[in-house]
Design a protein around this ligand. Sequence first.
Ligand code: APR
Length: 237
Amino acid sequence: MTAPPHLVVFTGSGISAESGIKTFRASDGLWEDHPVEEVATPAGWRRDPQRVLEFYNLRREQIRKAKPNAAHKALAALEKDGFRVSVVTQNIDDLHERAGSRDVLHLHGEILKARSTVDVRLRYPLPKGGIALGDICDKGSQLRPDVVWFGESVPLFEDACELVSQADFLLVVGTSLAVMPAASLLSYIDLDTPCALVDPDADALTPPGVLAINTTAGEGVPALVNQWRKQGNLMLP
Ligand code: APR
């Protein structure tokens, strides 16, 4: 038996835009009206943890209300059809999982989990509610959102590189490729592995050798996936 074609999908905030979640660079260095350095850096946390917790508590509520869109659903449908689909996402939302994708690596963490401030291995799901000052981990330390802030290391980066290096096709969706080290993932594909970027700004963002598909995730991803499902392989139409 031959192995099913392996699609690795690398997603950024653009794939969740049509689910009503704002992208980052759309707001000029502000994240939902907050300066990024105040709510998404270790220094911001030290300065005002209450503010940081409130910020993520609000975003968590927003994400719980959002629904997966056509792009998330198309990727899950491809997996259901027997393709191997690995998602590497920069997003902290759970829309890929809620659409049905089973192999999702969150490079920048998950907002629906809390984690210890003294031991990164201590993580706790947050099926409802948020994190308050005084909520502690099993070692007695304050809990924080399980997200990777600017200036912190990206613990799953090597796992993501390994996946990308195994891809039969790398599909990049809705990312400005501006944040390192995530953006450098593209350099880990084999030189003969095809790669495409679906983004309304793809022409301006696409590195050499990558196919630019200048459209939204909600249009571009289902169109590609439908073609692949018909063909039974990951060749470009
Ligand atoms: N479909 C696809 N792409 C879209 C859509 C859409 N409907 N709308 C916007 N985009 C694209 C934009 O053209 C842009 O290229 O989404 C991209 C969003 O880019 P950024 O805002 O820079 O987001 P991202 O690349 O995910 O940022 C990476 O930065 O702030 C950090 O940790 C945060 O994970 C995030 C990282």
